[in-house]
Design a protein around this ligand. Structure first.
Ligand SMILES: Nc1ncnc2c1ncn2[C@@H]1O[C@H](COP(=O)(O)OP(=O)(O)OP(=O)(O)O)[C@@H](O)[C@H]1O
Ligand SMILES: O=P(O)(O)OC[C@H]1O[C@H](OP(=O)(O)OP(=O)(O)O)[C@H](O)[C@@H]1O
Ligand SMILES: [Mg+2]
Length: 286
């Protein structure tokens, strides 16, 4: 029987939709909806298992799945032995220490002897050990932010993104322990045959990720400023320059990181660039 790569993705929750989208953008169609816990792709040798995010490190460790899309924070907490692959650019958050707004927090030393509620005990222990802090941990699986308000803890360590959950619970973020985003996680037990399929998947994902962060730019430039403009827009190999019908002007086409585009925009304009068009890129194979 032909081998298939087994990938675990979150069954429901924060990672579900973006995980589905990135596989779809990589040209992999998956047949069944999430109601079935196992699905297959018809156009790529891939089998998808829908699992709880928190259970995925164990499945990877045991080799039950070969690869997974998972929050980096979960890998740090439960999967130090799992291989970390590409960062996938979504579900960005941080794991932070927060205390009640009324807590006069000066430094980590203020946590000596404190009670800390968290769903990330290993992460917290490592963090406290580095500063030689002794604290008592209360391990809870959810609604961690409520713990200080009900007298269960003096501080919490949990996921923060916009900060609105902390705000609503009268807490303030005082230390960022780690930053996280969705990553591809790889089983240390993956077979050689499946590793070859994984490399194909990684290649496709990289093409999607490159395209997501890049833009195709077209602009008109006066010929006497072409050199300056090209210096700002190096492109994949180099920009395409085509003469315009109007004498003394050229059209410049290139690919640029979106962030970089905003950084150089004023300078481009100062060199006389005009008619600047920015278009999305669907796939980008380097
Ligand atoms: N508010 C948020 N903003 C951005 N990313 C987040 C946020 N909350 C969680 N995440 C990221 O998404 C991942 C999944 O979070 P989610 O709350 O959906 O699942 P969970 O309850 O941690 O896990 P399980 O699937 O085991 O129930 C987290 O591990 C984290 O990496
Ligand atoms: O800083 P914010 O943007 O407010 O996000 C942070 C909150 O998001 C997550 O909870 P989620 O909504 O996933 O609920 P859960 O605890 O049921 O997983 C996390 O556990 C925080 O509570
Ligand atoms: Mg959550």
């Amino acid at each position: 029987m032909k081998q298939k790569l087994r990938i675990a993705v979150q069954k429901s929750g924060r990672l579900f939709e973006d995980s589905q989208r990135i596989l779809k953008d990589a040209g992999i169609s998956i047949d069944n909806g999430k109601e079935q816990l196992k699905a297959s792709s018809q156009n790529f040798p891939l089998e998808v298992l829908y699992l709880r995010n928190g259970d995925i490190p164990q499945y990877l460790r045991d080799g039950v799945v070969d690869v997974a899309i998972i929050g980096e924070n979960v890998l740090i907490e439960k999967g130090e032995d799992i291989v970390k692959g590409e960062k996938l650019g979504f579900s960005k958050c941080r794991v932070s220490l927060a205390v009640p707004k009324s807590f006069k927090y000066n430094s980590i030393q203020d946590l000596n002897g404190a009670k800390i509620a968290t769903s990330y005990p290993n992460t917290v222990k490592q963090f406290l050990q580095k500063s030689n802090i002794e604290a008592e941990l209360h391990i809870i699986n959810g609604s961690v932010e409520i713990a200080p308000n009900i007298g269960l803890a003096d501080a919490i360590v949990d996921i923060v993104s916009s900060g609105s959950t902390l705000f609503k619970n009268n807490l303030k973020e005082v230390e960022v322990i780690l930053k996280s985003e969705a990553v591809l996680a790889i089983s240390p037990q993956i077979s050689e045959e499946r590793q070859a399929i994984l490399e194909k998947l990684q290649f496709r994902l990289k093409s999607v990720l490159n395209a997501r962060t890049s833009k195709y730019i077209l602009l008109n430039a006066p010929n006497n400023k072409l050199e300056d403009i090209i210096r700002l827009l190096p492109g994949m190999r180099s920009p395409t320059v085509l003469p315009l019908a109007e004498e003394g002007w050229s059209s410049v086409h290139t690919v640029i990181n979106e962030q970089r585009f905003w950084e150089v925009l004023d300078e481009l304009k100062s060199y006389g660039a005009e008619g600047i068009l920015v278009a999305p890129i669907e796939k980008m194979v380097l």
